[in-house]
Write a protein that binds this ligand. Structure first.
Ligand code: 6GU
Length: 269
């Protein structure tokens, strides 16, 4: 895998001469942020050696490198999901490549269901921690010590320093922001009401189908992580209505401008 990572990183370095220290992973409906990158170099995933290719609606598939608010970033416009059939090493390959390119901080975003009864659709939630219920993880198998430790510490999966910075930033922007634990499920089905109740009992505040593998690899690599959930809907059984992917996309579109303002300010901070 080390050689594949290096090969993909070299391919990207040949096309983008900068040195981004901040990586962004943009979730469902949130990829528009990459359109705000100035003097962008856009590299479709299918062009990059050994990159998987994304398939789901609402997920473009390209890396966008350039300046966001005067700071260099490398953004994933569209991510890979376990439920699409990729294995965890494929889902997290781009994070390995970001590390090889010199990324030190990862801002990971997602659209998630609200489990906490205080939450409303459209809320933004700073992820303080996660629970891995995805049925596996990307670190299983032989460990390459060039990539990270055999038994990585996860006591600060989400950097306390970055959480503090995110809270300050939200206050400055006059944004109401939630905080909570992200519960990662494999998907692709949404949860049953009984499962949602279980997640709440176990300490989950939001639930989704991504993020956990990428954050696991980021921590393994020594990258600091900030996570933001956009609460696109309340989870099953909380309202008297079924869930739909269209609703997820619609809500994220509604809070898009707020989200954009927040993440741009986070990058600057
Ligand atoms: Cl309710 N569940 C999961 N697993 N992912 C979601 C969601 C719910 N809403 C948006 N994404």
């Amino acid at each position: 895998m080390f050689e594949k990572i290096e090969k993909a990183a070299t391919f990207i370095k040949d096309r983008y001469k900068g040195n981004p220290k901040i990586g962004l992973i943009l979730g469902s409906g949130l990829g528009v942020l990459a359109d705000e990158v100035e003097q962008p170099v856009k590299i479709p995933y299918e062009d990059i050696p050994d990159f998987p290719v994304s398939t789901v609606e609402g997920h473009a598939g390209q890396l966008v490198l350039g300046d966001l608010n005067g700071n260099e970033v490398i953004a994933m416009q569209g991510r890979f999901h376990f439920y699409e059939g990729y294995d965890f090493s494929e889902v997290t390959f781009p994070v390995r490549v970001m590390k090889a390119l010199g990324v030190e901080t990862l801002i990971v975003t997602n659209a998630a269901g609200g489990v906490n009864e205080q939450f409303q659709p459209g809320d933004l939630m700073i992820i303080t921690d996660h629970i891995n219920n995805m049925g596996g993880n990307p670190l299983i198998g032989a460990n390459d010590s060039r990539l990270g430790a055999r038994f990585p510490d996860m006591s600060e999966a989400y950097s306390k320093k970055l959480i503090g910075l995110a809270k300050e930033t939200a206050t400055k922007l006059n944004l109401t922001i939630r905080e909570g634990v992200y519960f990662g499920n494999p998907g692709p089905m949404y949860e049953t009401p009984a499962e949602v109740k279980m997640i709440r009992l176990l300490g989950g505040d939001s639930v989704g189908m991504s993020t956990v593998p990428e954050v696991t690899v980021a921590r393994h690599s020594g990258i600091e992580v900030l996570g933001i959930s956009c609460i696109s809907n309340l989870a099953a059984g909380m309202l008297d209505q079924p869930l739909s992917h269209d609703e997820v996309i619609e809500t994220t579109e509604k809070v898009r401008s707020e989200f954009l303002r927040f993440v741009k300010a986070l990058v600057a901070a």
